[in-house]
Design a protein around this ligand. Structure first.
Ligand code: M6R
Length: 615
């Protein structure tokens, strides 16, 4: 949530900062700003430009003579105070000598604001961040590092922050506590950012700060230290990412109109990457070296608890189903955002699994920390290499989906499902999953990328259905057992980008209340795979049709819908355990085309941000 970028070197900072901000805009997009250090010291040394709106609005409105070779910038997702020019970052102290950009939340901001006001400081914004600038400005320490340390010592909360000070023109000081902060190394120039996306065009040699760490960044290098100013001597290393994959979807060779579209269509290739080298066709097993676990440790597991947020939580529910089906271990998924608040019982023979695209979702990260604090073993299914959750876990499975930029997650979710399938096979094969069943699933997994491609090829068909659904103010998504998390994910995608009210129910629960809402204006999207529940599902379709509720049915070829009037969307057959992911794909396309039809900003839906790094 929110994006930070910084540059110090010999080049002009503004174009670099603006370009970096545009790459971070998916992190927060209600306002943007930057500050550069011009020549000289004193009040006029820092030049600030900020405004509500998008990065392009900021760029268009930038004064002509806005120059400097060091600067920091920010793109905001509002937490304290509405999205307006004043609340946009950077924030400065009263003397305009300190400028701060900040991600995270200062929990004791109200008390600090009161104290500053009592000291005669005039606060101009509604934000929590502004207090940091004033506190740094008030510090009497001799160094910028000391001033930042003084400010942080009275702050409670989370931060990824960058500080520019007129009196210390050769440096930017950055700090991390709960919000990502990365230092990028160039040739006699250095970068800082909250996300690799803003760095890879310039450098892939980076150092990722840990919580509680700070860094001084000058044109010639960086040093890292703790709050007590003792050195942590972190070194930079190369990250294995393809800078081309971060290029803007609208400019690149794929020629898609949005990241979401690009990312949906990348799913066959992403799935293939995820499975590469991990399927053992001979023994019907999976290779998951990153888990750092021996077969006897797998056998000792008595329960699996999966934690994730939003769509990652729903895929976690699909994953729990896979683990119960294939490994016969009790498994369930829980919203990570609730987990630590109920003082969870952490058991030594439970395997905890954190699932996250970004690896930075604060609720999931805090859940992982709670488990580890209580001595539990936790593994991560994470897309972003080196992210906080990946680093915090005892082992894990990287998703290899490639960078995902659209707020609506698609290819990462598909790979999360594949990760769960591999884990379930692995857990199953050290227990009762037979070699024949293992081989059956491994063969089916190998076929999935091709089947995903077949579904995506039907995009036009889905687009037509989506345009009809988009006209309804409200809709239901229903499914049962394996189909229920599919319905939840379908409703989530739909509401996220189309802004239509979409609600998921277990098909079996319809008669216990929601059926009262069925009428011609309320369409239902039903998940009806060819399995042992088909007949019951078709029964529910009849009940909806009898009340003149329009129906879209995601099903398999050959499933007899018993003459019910419905628009059917057939997906290829796989093994029943893998149906959930193939049935999720049409729902992504329905949501996408509904949002497109309604003219929404698909990659940046209102009120949301790509990764939620505040509680
Ligand atoms: O980065 P994460 O996977 O941890 O993000 C979790 C959720 O915030 C995320 O899945 C969210 O629900 C998506 N926008 C769904 O499309």
């Amino acid at each position: 949530m929110c994006g930070i970028v910084g540059y110090i070197g010999a080049q002009q900072a503004p174009p670099i900062l603006l370009e970096g901000l545009s790459r971070l805009e998916h992190r927060g997009y209600d306002s943007a700003g930057l500050v550069v250090r011009a020549n000289g010291r004193g009040p006029r040394a820092l030049k600030v430009a900020k405004r509500a709106g998008r990065v392009r609005d900021l760029a268009d409105g930038l004064p002509k003579r806005f120059a400097g070779t060091a600067g920091i910038g920010h793109t905001r997702w509002a937490t304290h105070g509405p999205a307006n020019d004043v609340n946009a970052h950077p924030h400065t102290d009263a003397a305009q000598r300190v400028a701060v950009v900040h991600n995270g939340i200062i929990d004791n901001a109200a008390a600090l604001r009161d104290k500053l006001t009592a000291d005669g400081v005039e606060l101009v914004s509604d934000t929590d961040t502004e207090v940091i600038a004033h506190l740094i400005g008030q510090s009497e320490a001799d160094t910028l590092e000391g001033k930042v340390r003084d400010a942080l010592s009275v702050i409670d909360g989370t931060w990824g922050l960058a500080v520019l000070h007129a009196d210390f023109p050769d440096r930017i000081v950055v700090a991390r506590n709960g919000s990502p902060l990365i230092v990028g190394v160039g040739d006699k120039e250095m970068y800082v950012a909250s996300d690799l996306a803003a760095l890879v065009r310039h450098t892939t040699t980076v150092a990722m700060l840990d919580d509680g760490e700070l860094a001084t960044v000058t044109a010639n290098g960086f040093t890292t230290f703790r709050h007590d100013l003792t050195a942590t001597s972190k070194a930079a290393s190369r990250v294995d990412v393809d800078p081309a994959s971060y290029e803007d979807a609208t400019e690149n060779q794929w020629g898609h109109a949005s990241y979401m579209h690009k990312e949906m269509l990348e799913q066959p290739a992403a799935a293939e990457r995820m499975l590469r080298g991990r399927l053992d066709e001979r023994f019907g097993a999976a290779h998951l070296g990153g888990l750092n676990m021996e077969p006897r440790e797998f056998r000792a597991i008595r329960r699996v608890k999966i934690l994730g947020c939003g769509s990652a939580y729903y895929v976690g529910q699909m994953g729990a189903g896979l683990i119960e089906d294939l490994a016969r271990i009790p498994a369930d998924a829980e919203a990570a955002s609730e987990f630590r608040y109920r003082n969870p019982i952490i058991e030594p023979d439970t395997l905890y699994v954190a699932v996250s695209q970004s690896g930075e979702t604060i609720d999931s990260l805090l859940a992982v920390q709670e488990i580890r604090r209580k001595g539990g073993r936790v593994i991560g299914l994470v897309n972003v290499v080196g992210s906080a959750i990946a680093r915090e876990c005892d082992g894990g499975i990287y998703l290899h989906a490639g960078p995902e930029v659209a707020v609506a997650s698609t290819k990462a979710l598909t790979n999360m499902f594949l990760g769960f399938a591999l884990l379930a096979i692995q857990l199953g094969r050290v227990r009762d999953l037979s070699i024949a069943d293992g081989k059956r699933l491994v063969t089916a997994l190998a076929a999935l990328p091709g089947q995903i491609e077949q579904i995506l090829a039907k995009e036009e068909e889905y687009a037509e259905v989506a345009r009809t659904l988009a006209e309804a103010p409200s809709l239901f998504f229903i499914g049962r057992v394996r189909g229920f998390p599919v319905a939840r994910e379908g409703a989530q995608k739909f509401k996220e980008i189309s802004y239509r009210h979409a609600e998921a129910y277990q098909t079996s629960e319809l008669k216990h209340g929601p059926l009262a809402l069925i009428e011609p204006a309320l369409p239902t999207v039903a998940i009806v795979p060819a399995d042992d529940l088909t007949e019951r599902n078709v029964g529910a379709l009849h009940e909806i049709a009898a009340r003149r509720g329009p129906l879209v049915v995601v099903t398999h070829e050959g499933v007899d819908l018993g003459g019910v009037a419905a628009t059917r969307l057939d997906v290829p057959r796989s093994e029943p355990e893998l149906d959930p992911i193939l049935m999720t794909l049409p729902l992504q396309l329905l949501a996408y085309h509904a949002a497109l039809h309604l003219g929404h900003d698909i990659d940046k839906p209102r009120n949301l941000a790509k990764s939620v790094t505040v509680e």
